[in-house]
Design a protein around this ligand. Structure first.
Ligand code: SF4
Length: 290
């Protein structure tokens, strides 16, 4: 089987140092909404300068290079054992090259492995076999600060008056944004999963963050709620990095899952402005990066 280690190192470099265009464009548009000379505008200008410098120098966009989350869609015939080895080798190499900060800390012994390799789940790798000839590897780097402000709710949530319906979902998601304030390094992007069990709900709330900025759910009800939550989050006045202002959330992505009759979970994954996600596609001998 083909060795893609070097190509995956390049995927990691691009993800860590070069923010996707759709995210950068959205940040640039947001600047115009903030008053000249305001702290909010200053914060966005600093963020954008940082993005340009990191891209030019191949240095991490943020000192926290985050939890590496890989989604691999592979055609019949590829070995997931080999792909896992290659991804882990690439992660070690990318850490040596300082594209990644050593981020894997053993939770029991409080020891940093120094190479971004922990147990089987660090880096986190999700495999899925697909039809066709193309192999795709997507990578998301999820910062720790924004991960800390993610929340899960079990509806009904009486303290918020949130019942088991979309009106209740709206209330708890806005509560999560309000509680996060600037601590998730706003402006953020919200990944929301409705339903599932506690585990699947959190996983899907992150998975939905792989989609492009502005992608709306096919279900018109959920698409409308996505728009509404972005708008209402921005009316909370939290602003970039919590400095106040009109830009608190850049986008909201919602996915609906099946649930048990007894449960109604809503999981909110908060992604910071350093919304690092990239994709590589392997087709025959060709390797392409998005
Ligand atoms: S939350 Fe994001 S922007 Fe903030 S420190 Fe972590 S990675 Fe950096």
């Amino acid at each position: 089987m083909r060795d893609l280690t070097n190509e995956i190192v390049e995927l990691i470099r691009r993800t860590s140092s070069s923010l996707p265009k759709d995210v950068e464009d959205r940040l640039r548009t947001s600047i115009e909404k903030e008053a000249p000379g305001s702290a909010a505008r200053g914060a966005l200008e600093t963020i954008l300068k940082n993005i340009e410098l990191s891209r030019a120098n191949s240095t991490p966009i943020c000192q926290d290079t985050g939890t590496p989350i890989f989604y691999v869609h592979y055609p019949v015939g590829w070995s997931t054992i080999q792909l896992r080895r290659q991804i882990r080798a690439a992660m070690e190499e990318a850490t040596k090259k300082s594209y990644m900060r050593p981020n894997a800390v053993d939770a029991i012994y409080d020891k940093n492995s120094g190479n971004n390799l922990g147990g089987d789940d660090f880096p986190y790798i999700h495999f899925e076999e697909v039809e066709g000839e193309e192999l795709t590897i997507e990578l998301m780097l999820k910062g720790g600060g924004c991960e800390n402000v993610g929340r899960q709710y079990s509806l009904p949530e009486n303290t918020l008056g949130a019942g088991r319906d979309l009106a209740g979902v709206r209330k708890v998601v806005l509560d999560a944004v309000q509680k996060a304030q600037g601590q998730g390094c706003a402006p953020g992007i919200l990944g929301v999963a409705i339903g599932g069990d506690r585990g699947s709900s959190y996983i899907k709330s992150k998975e939905v963050l792989f989609s492009e900025m502005g992608t709306r759910n096919d279900d018109p009800k959920l698409a409308a709620l996505e728009e509404q939550l972005t708008k209402e989050s921005n009316e909370l006045g939290i602003g970039p990095m919590g400095f106040g202002g009109k830009t608190t959330v850049l986008d909201t992505k919602i996915t609906g899952l099946s649930r048990l009759p007894a449960s109604y979970f809503v999981s909110v994954s908060y992604m910071c402005w350093a919304y690092r996600r990239r994709k590589m596609t392997v087709k025959g001998e060709e390797v392409m990066y998005d």
